[in-house]
Design a protein around this ligand. Structure first.
Ligand code: SAM
Length: 279
């Protein structure tokens, strides 16, 4: 698989995982975009929309008067995201199919935003540079990305460590940078942008109600890569019992499980943009 491929599948299960993960990080995502300056009346481009969670959040932030266009490569994702917008009612959001590796916006935007998408692109700085040229002067680029190399438990425990290793190695073995989030500043600089403002966070949980599903469902979607790379067999992973076994281990060892590190970065763009703003 090349670095330009989206590592995860586009099954219903994967779209459900995206929406569940989106709910977990929604408060910090909203805070990032507010701090970046996203506000009512803006015209925003959301890249790699998936199930549409970022675009829906954006839609609430930019109304009244603003608009959001989500670009997404998967037809199934575009269909689901479009349905969710219709169900939400009164959010100025629409989606278009497009491949970000070549996508050229046809208008200028007040902001380009995205979450958990750059690592899957063939040339993240190149895409960022191209999209930045369609942001009006004074506009915003704001992104949130992940670093799965920071998944850990305290204290360490065998199953949790194994799961964290599968996840990291599945990304690495597929040619996808598992730690791009922690390198976002350098990616912005490579795109010719200023060093961004940055923030980061991890979620922590433990006990009977911990978010073990986050790790187990990530492994579920990575299972084809885990098997293909010879990291483990489906029998060894035993995916349907994985969340329960992680919970049992966590309770027995009283461990705290830490999510990936999630990193936000944002800049105000000073280069000349394209034509006047509009989505
Ligand atoms: C991990 S999901 C994130 C979805 C959403 N941004 C969120 O945070 O919930 C990454 C999304 O990027 C999309 N994607 C990956 N490569 C792409 C490309 N070259 N062009 C357009 N979309 C792409 C995938 O199809 C997937 O929906």
């Amino acid at each position: 698989m090349s670095a330009s491929s989206y590592l995860f599948g586009e099954s219903t299960g994967e779209l459900q995982r995206l929406a569940r993960q989106a709910a977990l990080v929604e408060p910090e995502t909203e805070e990032l975009f507010r701090r970046a300056g996203i506000t009512a009346g803006m015209h925003v481009l959301d890249i790699g929309s998936g199930a549409g969670d970022v675009a829906l959040l954006m839609g609430r932030l930019v109304r009244p008067g603003g608009s959001v266009l989500g670009i997404e490569r998967s037809a199934d994702s575009v269909a689901l995201a479009t349905q969710r917008v219709a169900a939400a009612a009164n959010v100025p959001v629409r989606f278009e199919m497009g491949d970000l590796n070549t996508y050229e916006p046809s208008a200028a935007y007040d902001a380009v935003v995205g979450r958990f998408v750059l690592p899957y692109l063939a040339d993240p700085p190149g895409v960022l540079r191209r999209l930045a040229s369609h942001v009006r002067p004074g506009g915003i680029i704001a992104l949130m990305e992940f670093d799965v190399t920071r998944i850990e438990s305290v204290p360490e425990a065998p199953l949790f460590r194994t799961v964290a290793t599968w996840i990291r190695q599945a990304f690495e073995g597929s040619g996808i940078d598992p730690a791009l989030g922690s390198r976002l500043g350098a990616v912005f600089r490579d795109a010719g942008l200023p060093w961004p403002h940055m923030s980061s966070f991890q979620k922590a949980s433990g006990g009977p109600d911990g978010f073990y599903w986050l790790f187990a469902e990530t492994v579920r979607t990575l299972l084809p890569q885990i098997e293909r790379l010879g990291l483990a067999s489906a029998e060894q992973v035993d995916i349907d019992s994985l969340a329960d076994r992680l919970r049992d281990e966590a309770i027995a060892t009283r461990l705290t499980a830490f999510s990936p590190r999630w990193v936000g970065a944002w800049v105000s763009v000073s280069v000349p943009g394209g034509p006047s703003a509009g989505a």
